[in-house]
Structure formats: structure tokens, C-alpha cells
Design a protein around this ligand. Structure first.
Ligand SMILES: [Zn+2]
Length: 112
């Protein structure tokens, strides 16, 4: 993963720490090639106001005290950005479940 992106994740994590305090104990980066939202399209650069951009997001998985950072495919990113800010979309429950599942799989793979 590009170090620029890594840097960006750390910035987001700092913001989460400030907001959630001790509830955020660490962070994890969703690292599958497929978009965690639709699980259909690959995560790739999107065109944002004429510039190439990655849609970087984060979800606080409170049960595990982990902030999950993730990227979206251009289609999902555009859909979510088109919603009023801070309003969860109909996609969010699925998205958050997919992220939580991926994190648990990751934990299991480390214990194997
Ligand atoms: Zn998607």
C-alpha cells in the first residue's frame, strides 16, 4: 500500500482517537481487492473533481475497539458522497457487517 495512503489512515485514526477516546484501541486496514460495500467491483482510483482520488473511509467497530479503515469502489463512493453528509445510507448496514466480518476473518487467520 502506498505510504501516502498509510499516512492518511494514521491521520484518520488520530481523529477517531480524539473522538472515541479509549474506545478506539487500534486500527486495521481492510485489505481485500474487492469493494467492502458492493463486494463486486475492485477498489480503484476514481475521478474526483478532475483529479484521481481514492475514497478513504473509516468505521468504528465498537465491539472490538478497532477502527477499520477502508476504500470503496468508485460506484459506491459516488453513491455515498451524493448523500447528505453524516446520513447513513441504506448500504451502510451491509457495508459495516462486511467490514466487521473481514476483520474477524483477519483475526482468525492470525490465530490459525
Ligand atoms: Zn462498491
Amino acid at each position: 500500500m502506498a505510504s501516502e495512503t498509510e499516512k492518511f489512515f494514521k491521520e484518520i485514526y488520530k481523529t477517531f482517537k480524539a473522538h472515541f477516546g479509549d474506545a478506539a484501541k487500534h486500527y486495521w486496514v481492510y485489505d481485500s481487492d474487492l469493494c467492502p460495500c458492493c463486494q463486486t467491483w475492485p477498489i480503484e482510483l476514481m475521478d474526483y473533481k478532475g483529479e484521481e482520488a481514492l475514497s478513504v473511509n473509516a468505521y468504528m467497530y465498537r465491539d472490538r475497539g478497532v477502527m477499520i479503515a477502508y476504500l470503496l469502489c468508485p460506484a459506491c463512493a459516488e453513491f455515498i458522497m451524493a448523500q447528505p453528509h453524516g446520513v447513513p445510507t441504506a448500504m451502510h448496514p451491509t457495508l459495516e457487517k462486511n467490514l466487521a466480518d473481514a476483520y474477524l476473518r483477519h483475526l482468525n487467520s492470525m490465530n490459525a
